[in-house]
Design a binder for this molecule. Structure first.
Ligand code: KG4
Ligand code: ZN
Length: 330
């Protein structure tokens, strides 16, 4: 079965073809980051308009790269949500139009399920069951995953998501958008002992998170500096912020593994690309004897491959999930 995946929930247009026999055939991505950068964040209407411009050229690209004729596509999976409403409507409309034109069924996929299953696209994928840490711009969740569609929420953020904390703190430091990679790079030059930042909910008895206090701590540090804050001070704040956030994420993962008795930890979502987080988790895995799995770097942030894959997995266990009435919800 060959499934076309269409992702358009935020500022990335992603299309991909996944074959349940041969694996990922092709994927193509257009990032709108350069367009939104000048506004310091995603402008929803511009995002929707750009998805319209990119979707069909990207489809043509994956068809050429895979050598697949469009009539050989068996089903079309699109991101149903959560995401920006206008942006989601573009992906759903593209999927609906293609489905109708090619006489193929379509299927809405939950964006977070796409992220959650993305590590299974790697060459050495984890077996079920596992604990998953989903850390994206909009969500931070710990989940027990027993199989496709078998998810138990263990804990989640009570306020900001980890990626949101990265982006907002980076903005406070004047690092632009998206802030995650920028603050992470700057942190490499910072002094970890320069400031003592809070580790919110580190010792709480549950597996929930809270990151808004950490962001406020960064705001207070920035305010306490003169307007022309020097590069080294910025790097020190960045370093202390990243260390605090990573400490909390790692500690909660360890608690989740202990709570479930599982020995496999899977990381998903944009913040999963963070090198400081990866180093800390790798060190903990050696010490505590568990295995940690990551998606390929290009599949940490939003992409069409994870939607094609999640759609294919869904259809394998529940073929009737594919629908031909060409009505959609976002
Ligand atoms: O999963 P994703 O592409 O979108 C959502 O579904 O939200 O995640 C985007 C988030 C942004 O907040 C971005 O700053 C963060 O992932 N991110 C990173 C890194 N790369 C992306 N955060 C920290 N370090 C990175 N290397
Ligand atoms: Zn995402």
């Amino acid at each position: 079965m060959i499934v076309l995946g269409v992702e358009s929930s935020c500022d990335e247009t992603g299309l991909a073809l996944y074959d349940t026999q041969r694996g990922l055939l092709a994927h193509a991505l257009y990032s709108q980051v350069a367009m939104h950068e000048q506004y310091g964040g995603v402008v929803p209407e511009l995002a929707s308009r750009d998805h319209i411009r990119r979707a069909i050229p990207l489809l043509q690209q994956v068809l050429v790269e895979s050598g697949i004729d469009r009539h050989d596509i068996d089903a079309i999976a699109y991101t149903q949500g959560p995401g920006l409403a206008g942006a989601l409507l573009v992906g759903a409309s593209v999927a609906c139009g293609l489905g109708l034109a090619l006489d193929k069924p379509m299927l809405g996929v939950h964006h977070l399920e796409g992220h959650l299953l993305s590590p299974l696209l790697a060459s050495d994928p984890p077996e079920f069951p596992f604990v998953s840490l989903l850390v994206s711009g909009g969500h931070t969740q710990l989940m027990r995953v027993d199989g496709v569609g078998q998810y138990t929420l263990l804990g989640e953020t009570l306020d900001d998501a980890a990626g949101e904390a990265f982006d907002k703190s980076a903005k406070l430091l004047g690092l632009g958008y998206p802030g995650g990679p920028a603050i992470s790079r700057l942190a490499e030059f910072g002094d970890p002992s320069a400031y003592q930042l809070p580790r919110p909910m580190l010792h709480s008895k549950n597996l929930d998170f809270s990151f808004s206090g950490l962001k406020t701590a960064v705001l207070t540090l920035v305010k306490n500096h003169p307007a022309n804050i020097c590069e080294q001070d910025k790097a020190n704040i960045a370093r202390c912020f990243v260390d605090a956030l990573v400490d909390v994420l790692v500690a909660k993962c360890l608690s989740a593994l202990k709570h479930t008795g599982l020995k496999r930890l899977v990381i998903a979502g944009g913040v999963g690309a963070n090198q400081q987080l990866r180093s800390a988790l790798n060190a903990a895995a050696v010490k505590r004897r568990f295995r940690v799995y990551y998606p390929e770097l290009e599949f940490c942030t939003d992409n069409g491959a994870m939607i094609a894959f999640a759609g294919a997995m869904r259809l394998q266990i529940k073929p009737e999930a594919a629908q031909r009435d060409y009505a959609f919800n976002v």
